[in-house]
Design a protein around this ligand. Sequence first.
Ligand SMILES: [Zn+2]
Length: 336
Amino acid sequence: MIATGSHLDSVPGGGAYDGPLGVASALEAVAILKAQGWVPARPIAVCAFAEEEGSRFGMPCLGSRLLAGEITPAAVRVRTDGDGISLEDAWRQAEMDVARMGPDPDRLAAVAAFVELHVEQGLDLEERGQPLAVASAIMAHGRWRLTICGEGNHAGTTPMMGRRDPVVATAAAALAVRDVALGHPSARGTVGRISVTPNGTNVIASRVDAWLDIRAHTDSDVRAQLESTLALIQKCVEAEGCALTVQEESFSPLVSFDVALTTRIAEILDGAPAIPTGAGHDAGVLSAYLPAAMIFVRNPTGVSHAPGETARDEDCEQGALGLAAVLRDLAGTPAS
Ligand SMILES: [Zn+2]
């Protein structure tokens, strides 16, 4: 079996292309092949992986990780979303069988190759003047939850001196994250999510939870950046009289895509360039178990995870035609 597809979920306030373009292009590629009257020598599967962004239940690539057995149903079914709905309940609401949640080694073993088409999340192709690329690698990345506790009190009656304000500590921590990342040319460090308790206008907060996202070219670069970042954050938190606890929520090692498959796809796509990406993908998870590759479609704004994310219609068409040619090649010969 040759599998293709991507995901349909998005991030809060996300764009229209990250994920859905890969699923729509997979369906379009199959339609193109059908219209050509072509019959594959082995089955082609179209996939839409659940919860790729981890926006709802906090675990990126949840669907592909469950399929591969990297996470167990027992560990994730109790995870809840912002409204307190558990993954298990959401699963039922989608009319899916909870008993079937979990690894499927037989299905995974039947997949000879997985190709994920995705909108590019940068300006590389726009700068090169080319519509399509293949992915060479996915940068290593991790997510950590920082909990900063201080002392809640009245915003009007509490003197400025002696306050233990976790929001002030978090502001300094966010600057520290940026400053450390600036010192590592290929690295990224971001605080994009903050939860303030109790979140009142006239209240000094008692606690802040902030999520730290770090990415770099190697696993050890990420660890080294984390270490220097946390050392600096610890100082910021202590200076404000607050306390810091750190919990690792996920760590995704560097992914190098299958070289033979990627080279073959690049040739079919008329010598498309190979570019690395800083974003995680289901293809990255699956690459540990089977040959996986990605096709990127040019994004003229370079914006992703925001409404400005886009792709020109003619480039999307090139992508679907390219994917169809790739499927025709990969599924054109019977499994050996
Ligand atoms: Zn995506």
